[in-house]
Design a protein around this ligand. Structure first.
Ligand code: NOJ
Length: 544
């Protein structure tokens, strides 16, 4: 692995509750991940990004942290974590952990102390408490909205039983926002960083890295956070993407740099590409997810625009792109791409929504992935996408656990459909995820995608991912260059990187490859290339 290994890394996201369950309680756990390390080694990943496994009441699947320096008993113990790091290291895999600095859980001891200590106390100042508006303080301090629907403030009852102050939560009421104006919060998080760095982690994925600091004048912002960080008049959101973030990330970078082994940070920042580079300056974060490619439809011009934007904006600060197509917050791309062009999506899919064309979705997903994996930069893979796994689109409401489902009265599907436990064996109970249960039911369609079935089929998506990662590494594509190929038919897009021509056909018909690619050696293909034609909705890597 090179110095600055993160520049071209393949980083595999493990969502711990749904990866593998070693103790049979129906919930994935850390020993389950350790057991599957040979699978991840054979897949060829450089690092694992592990979604939160810290102590939590699990109101937002662990993104509500009650103790940042301990493992939740659902997932195991700190000793299990150490075993996991050791197993990963044996396979040459680094472990990146999720850091959730915008908010804690309301079960965090500091929040409980803040409630008990009362208005004006130093304990309360660790969070964003304010008096309400109106003569009785009955109105929330601002009109800000929560990501999970409803107002972003909750009123507390003071120790004497009277209605009291309000606290801010950009997410669920069980996720109070930290007050980053308070130096004690900075000190606390520095100790959290060091705790995990000392335990040997390769770095951090920083949750909602564009939040944390809030405009202290608390102006009105009536827009839903999903709408973006700028309104029609050009005003910037008071709670996102503020300049105060950057000195903080510089400080964190200094801490990471004190450690051996090139530790890294990747920002989950919902900002436009023309702002993302600000997080990726040489003394700040190493990477930030490029969500533009993920959001682009399977359409040549849109894909090209997203890629160009990524390069244009990151190049000046020398940061690699972090390409991604799926994660635990989004509809799996094998499903999303099974809808007609122009379809708009919410967070998930309800049984009552139109259902996708699964074959078309998978075919396009393989093409979009193969096309993306030839690009210079790091690639992020969400567990199960290497199996071509679809979203669970018919999950009944009674099983859904995402807070946005409940808070929206069941009108928003939420994100459970992409979080369903993985199928490892087609004919085992719970498809081999667990011997005793599955915290979300798995759909029957998972059988055909089970890892054992895919491993045995030469043309499977699993084998396509394996070959892609191997060739990507062998040809140095992750640290290569990118030059668009001119003169391709409409709807066909291609580039050359280190002697490999990467070409995708986004049209529904086979397209003839022009010279000099007509007879070029085929290195990899999502659908076999025959007679110098790239099949409909497919991609290939050719010797250039
Ligand atoms: C982004 C995480 O990816 C998501 O799952 C979570 O709900 C929010 N941040 C709040 O932490």
């Amino acid at each position: 692995m090179t110095q600055e290994w993160w520049r071209d890394a393949v980083i595999y996201q493990v969502y711990p509750r749904s990866f593998a369950d070693a103790n049979g309680d129906g919930m994935g756990d850390l020993p389950g991940i350790t057991e599957k390390m040979p699978y991840l080694g054979a897949l060829g990943v450089d690092a694992i990004w592990l979604s939160p496994f810290m102590r939590s009441p699990m109101r937002d699947a662990g993104y509500d942290v009650a103790d940042y320096c301990d493992v939740d008993p659902l997932f195991g113990t700190l000793a299990d974590f150490d075993d996991l790091v050791a197993a990963a290291t044996q396979h040459g895999i680094k472990l990146i952990v999720d850091l959730v600095p915008n908010h804690s859980s309301s079960e965090h001891e500091f929040f409980k102390a803040a409630l008990a200590a009362g208005p004006g106390s130093p304990e309360r100042d660790l969070y964003v408490f304010k008096d309400g508006l109106g003569p009785e303080g009955n109105e929330p301090p601002t009109d800000w909205l929560s990501h999970f629907e409803g107002i972003a403030w909750t009123r507390v009852t003071e120790a004497d039983g009277t209605p009291g102050q309000w606290y801010l939560h950009l997410f669920d009421p069980s996720q109070p926002d930290w007050n980053w104006e308070n130096p004690k919060v900075h000190e606390y998080f520095e100790s959290v960083l060091r705790f995990w760095l000392d335990r040997g982690v390769g770095g951090f994925r920083v949750d909602v890295a564009h939040a944390l600091f809030k405009d202290q004048t608390f102006p009105s912002w009536p827009h839903h956070p999903h709408r973006g960080n700028v309104d029609e008049a050009g005003n910037r959101a008071p709670q996102f993407d503020r300049d105060e973030l950057h000195p903080l990330y510089r400080r964190w970078r200094e801490i990471l740099d004190e450690y051996e082994g090139d530790r890294m940070m990747v920002a989950e920042a919902s900002v436009t590409p023309d702002r993302l580079w600000r997080y990726l300056r040489a003394d700040e974060m190493h990477e930030g997810f490029n969500f533009e490619y993920m959001k682009a439809p399977f359409e040549a011009e849109a894909m090209k625009r997203a890629i160009d934007l990524g390069f244009e904006n990151n190049a000046p600060v020398g940061a690699p792109n972090s390409w991604v197509l799926s994660n635990h917050d989004a509809i799996r791309h094998a499903t999303k791409m099974g809808y007609p062009a122009g379809t708009t999506f919410g967070e998930g899919i309800l049984p009552s929504d139109p259902q996708p064309d699964a074959d078309l979705g998978l075919r396009r997903a393989r093409a979009a992935t193969l096309f993306m994996h030839g690009l210079p930069g790091a690639v992020y893979v969400y567990q199960g996408e290497e199996l071509g796994l679809p979203e669970h689109t018919t999950l009944a409401g009674e099983f859904r656990q995402d807070p946005s489902f409940e808070r929206s009265g069941g009108t928003r599907a939420g994100r459970d459909g992409c979080r369903v436990p993985l199928p490892w064996q087609a004919s085992a109970p719970y498809y081999g995820f667990s011997s005793g249960g599955s915290w979300l039911p798995q759909p029957e369609s998972f059988a055909a995608h089970a890892a054992d079935v895919e491993a045995a089929a030469p043309d499977s998506t699993l084998n396509l991912y394996r070959s892609t990662f191997a060739l990507r590494k062998q040809r140095g594509l992750g640290v290569g260059t990118h030059a668009w190929i001119d003169g391709l038919p409409a709807g066909v897009l291609g580039y050359v990187n280190n002697g490999v021509a990467v070409i995708v056909n986004t049209t529904g018909e086979a397209q003839a490859l022009p010279a000099p690619f007509t007879d070029a050696e085929v290195l990899l293909a999502s659908v076999a290339v025959e007679g110098g034609h790239l099949a409909a909705d497919s991609a290939a890597w050719l010797a250039a």
